[in-house]
Design a protein. Structure first.
Length: 332
């Protein structure tokens, strides 16, 4: 029997088991519900189907987990066995309860069919699954052994092929090595000849280079002397220009000092004149306000010195600020 046949048998067992379980559960609910309703208060009779459903749920758990453990090759111990027999006994007792209380032996036998079939099916299904699992493991072991044998043969063939390939490579390497050694000997002879030629050419080139170097050093020395003379003349010219620039700057500074002294004298003369008895002409008043602005005196004092109004003097101050961009401290 191969693996496909074993799997087919296992599916047939599962389908048959669940058909029996489903039929037994349905039959149990229909049989036990009237018994529970007869022994339950009237207001709680709607709970009559709960007990058969609970017992049947325990049956489903037992059958399902037993099938999983059997497929895995495991064993749950004594508690699963106790649960199987306890649920089977409860199902049997509940199904034959009405007939037993009425003393109906035929009814007891008829209602005992489904629970007994369920109990025996659960035990037989467990045994079948364990046997199928063992068969599957045996098939797998046999297939693994065959695969290992095929792998060993393939490994031997691969090893023989690699050995032949290695010997072929070693032979080819030996031939190539001998050829390389012969070519290397020829190359060394050619290299020696080329080396002699290069040494002779290098000696001739060195002599020519030495002669060229001597001529270049003479030309370089002459250029250095000419450059030194030119640099000396440039330094003298630069010193002369610098001296002239310093003298020009000194003359300009002196001119600025004299101009500043002249402006200060004129400003002092305007400011020392005091308030005029009458309003000064506009040109003279503008000159007085400009001198006052430059001296940093308040607008009010500038207005008194010019004889004009403070507003007019403030306007002239604003013009000087706009033109010069400076802001002297003002007071009123």
């Amino acid at each position: 029997m191969n693996r496909v046949q074993i799997r087919s048998s296992e599916r047939a067992l599962s389908v048959g088991t669940w058909l029996i379980v489903g039929g037994a559960m349905l039959y149990s609910v229909l049989t036990v519900t009237p018994l529970m309703a007869a022994h339950t208060p009237a207001e709680w009779r709607w709970t009559a189907p709960i007990l058969p459903l609970v017992v049947d749920a325990a049956v489903v758990i037992v059958v399902r987990l037993d099938s999983v453990l059997a497929r895995l090759g495991g064993h749950g111990g004594a508690w699963p066995v106790a649960l199987r027999w306890m649920t089977g006994t409860m199902t049997l007792a509940l199904n034959i309860g009405v007939s037993a209380l009425d003393g109906d032996l035929v009814g007891v036998a008829v209602h005992a069919v489904a629970p007994l079939l369920l109990i025996v099916t659960a035990e037989a299904g467990l045994a079948y699954r364990r046997a199928l699992t063992a068969a599957v493991l045996a098939v797998e072991a046999r297939r693994q052994a065959e695969q290992d044998a095929r792998d060993r043969k393939a490994a031997e063939r691969e090893e023989n092929r690699l050995r032949a390939a290695r010997e072929q490579r070693e032979h080819e390497a030996q031939v190539a090595r001998e050829q390389r050694e012969h070519q290397a000997a020829l190359a060394r002879e050619e290299a020696d000849r080329q080396d002699r030629i290069r040494r002779e050419d290098a000696a001739r080139a060195a002599a020519a280079e030495q002669a060229e170097r001597d001529a270049r050093e003479r030309r370089e020395h002459e250029r250095e002397q000419a450059a030194a003379e030119l640099e000396r003349l440039k330094r003298q010219a630069a010193q002369k220009r610098e001296l002239e620039a310093q003298q020009q700057a000194e003359r300009e500074r002196r001119e600025q000092v004299r101009e500043q002294e002249r402006i200060e004298r004129e400003r002092a003369a305007l400011l020392s004149a005091g308030p005029p008895p009458a309003k000064l002409p506009e040109d003279q008043a503008r000159a007085t306000v400009a001198a006052a602005f430059a001296a940093g005196v308040p607008v009010r004092v500038a207005a008194e010195l010019s004889g004009w109004s403070v507003g007019w003097a403030s306007a002239r101050y604003q013009e000087h600020r706009d033109n010069s961009g400076s802001a002297p401290a003002l007071g009123r």
